[in-house]
Design a protein around this ligand. Structure first.
Ligand code: BES
Ligand code: ZN
Ligand code: ZN
Length: 529
């Protein structure tokens, strides 16, 4: 039953002498004596790519300690099992230690990886997230209910890798993947680990809301789900505003989209008061909350239309950010605003060429009913100006053009404030959920304000050219605040295999970047307001 990968004479000798319970395999069930799903724990340990030619494993300190515990057998077995482990590649050992029936060793890449200036992220943290996610999934495949994770020198990144990597939406399936609960291996860095768990759970909440079918997450269900998540915090107030409230607010653009659906709209308003002074200027988040975007009368093609259940990704990421900020007890005030509705074709729906009036009095010609997100946001952005905000940040799955421009590499950020940009950018380097600055040129503004019937058209006059930029220019018509950023998250809405520590599905990006951004703002009380 031993060691399929024995090569050298020395290796053969070690194999012969090794206790029978050891085994090494890429994917092998636990050795006899440890039943599947046994009470024992799994262990995930990182190993760096060797910098020396001898190919010897360079363990993390947790790996070194474990190797000492098993009298050097881990190192010996690893060297028997073939070439040094590449980044994200694993080996599983069964029966090495009675507390850990299965040990997954996973490649972390080079030891001193830090900020990569080309990639605009911290490569060391990304490597840890990826390695831990891969290792934990292997433990899950073995149906072991609990896994201890090597902090790999950065317990926050390790926790994020574990919690993000194990997440999957299987709410509606009868056959579910086994639940695995990750724990920190060792007692050092437990605060950083806990912080990572909270950040990752925040992103997972956004993933959950985005992935869920549109008949489960309707506007009211979305609002109630968020309200329920915030119920335990005494410093949070949630207002679920009904259609009558939206009407009194004269949000004509938002209402024009909502009226096409039988599902009533909701305006969700969250106040998190974490600041030292209750009336400290808040950070205001606004999120597009289209719980299903059929395109309306400008109907989308049916292929792939199901993905438009995630068109509330802006609302999901900003509301999840506030839930996370509350869990972290961040010392600042945050207001979250989410206009929620469906975009459907019906006898009551917007028709191309209709003109509607936004809250600030501006008239909008609805030339394409599929450009509905900007109509909701126009009114929500006007409303956001009521709060003397430090900054207004909106997130929206706004344009297919954003996906064409950057794909899933980064969220596009359109902002009138370099102060805001710097905070978002620096936050994203840490989280690995990147941002890229996009233009807000007058060039694009002209293309939406040159409109036959109204003050502004909801599409650019050169149709698809610079579609993400004309959408941003449209939103700018509803902003007077001097620190505003619009995040177009259409390109990062879902994951195929680009982010290795997220499974396929709705991505919940860039929740962790928004949380990190809020955390940084809470440290920056003498800001550029
Ligand atoms: N929700 C879509 C944008 C989208 C597309 C998000 C793909 C995520 C993935 C948005 O409401 C939309 O349909 N925008 C139109 C705008 C166009 C009509 C000017 C688009 O991008 O095609
Ligand atoms: Zn649309
Ligand atoms: Zn949309």
């Amino acid at each position: 039953m031993l060691l399929p990968c024995v090569r050298s004479g020395a290796a053969r000798r070690l194999a012969r002498d090794a206790p029978r319970a050891f085994s090494c395999s890429a994917r092998r069930p636990p050795a006899r004596g440890y039943s599947r799903g046994a009470a024992g724990k799994g262990l995930v340990l990182g190993v760096y790519t060797s910098e020396k030619d001898d190919g010897a494993a360079q363990f993390t300190s947790a790996g070194d300690a474990f190797d000492r515990l098993v009298s050097g057998k881990l190192r010996a077995l690893l060297s028997l099992c073939g070439p040094p482990l590449k980044k994200g590649k694993t080996r599983i050992f069964h029966g090495l230690h009675q507390d850990f029936p299965s040990v997954v060793v996973v490649g972390l890449g080079k030891k001193n990886a830090g900020i990569n200036e080309q990639e605009n992220w911290n490569e060391g943290k990304e490597n840890i997230r990826t390695a831990v996610a891969v290792g934990c999934r292997q433990i899950q495949d073995l149906e072991i209910p609990c896994v201890e994770v090597d902090p790999c020198g950065d317990a926050q990144a390790a926790a994020e890798g574990a919690v993000l990597g194990l997440h999957e939406y299987n709410e509606l399936k009868q056959k579910k993947k086994p639940v695995v609960s990750p724990q920190l291996h060792g007692s050092a860095e437990s605060q950083a680990w806990q912080k990572g768990v909270i950040y990752a759970e925040g992103q997972n909440l956004a993933r959950y809301l985005m992935e869920a079918p549109a008949n489960y997450i309707t506007p009211i269900k979305f609002a109630e789900h968020i309200e329920q998540k915030l119920r335990t915090f005494s410093n949070v107030k949630v207002h679920i505003r009904p259609e009558s409230w939206i009407t009194t607010q004269e949000m004509g653009a938002f209402l024009s989209v909502a009226k096409g659906s039988a599902e009533p709209p909701i305006f969700l308003e969250i106040h998190y008061l974490g600041g030292a002074i209750t009336n400290d200027s808040p950070l205001v988040f606004v999120g597009k909350g289209v719980t299903f975007d059929s395109g309306g009368i400008s109907l989308k093609p049916s292929l792939g239309m199901d993905a438009m259940r995630a068109d509330m990704g802006g609302a999901a990421t900003v509301c999840s950010t506030i839930v996370t900020a509350a869990a972290l007890n961040l010392p600042l005030n945050i207001i979250g605003l989410a206009p929620l509705c469906e975009n459907m074709p019906s006898g009551k729906a917007n028709k191309p060429g209709d003109v509607v009036r936004a809250k600030n009095g501006k008239t909008i010609q609805v030339d394409n009913t599929d450009a509905e997100g900007r109509l909701l946001l126009a009114d929500a952005l006007c409303y956001a100006h009521n709060f003397n905000a430090r900054a207004i940040v909106n997130a929206a799955t706004l344009t297919g053009a954003m996906d064409v421009a950057l794909g899933s590499a980064a969220t596009g950020v359109f902002t009138n404030s370099s102060w805001l940009w710097t905070h978002l950018y620096e936050a994203s380097i840490l989280t690995g959920d990147r941002v890229w600055r996009m233009p807000l040129f007058e060039h694009y503004t002209k293309q939406v304000t040159d409109c036959p019937l109204a003050d502004v058209s909801n599409i650019g006059k050169y149709s698809r050219a610079g579609g993400a930029c004309t959408a941003a220019a449209f939103l700018k018509e509803f902003v007077t605040a001097s620190h505003w950023a619009h995040l177009d998250i259409a390109g990062v809405m879902s994951n195929k295999d680009e982010v290795p520590y997220l499974r396929k599905g709705m991505a919940g990006r860039p929740t962790r970047t928004l949380v990190e951004f809020a955390a940084r703002l809470s440290q920056d009380s003498h800001n550029a307001k």
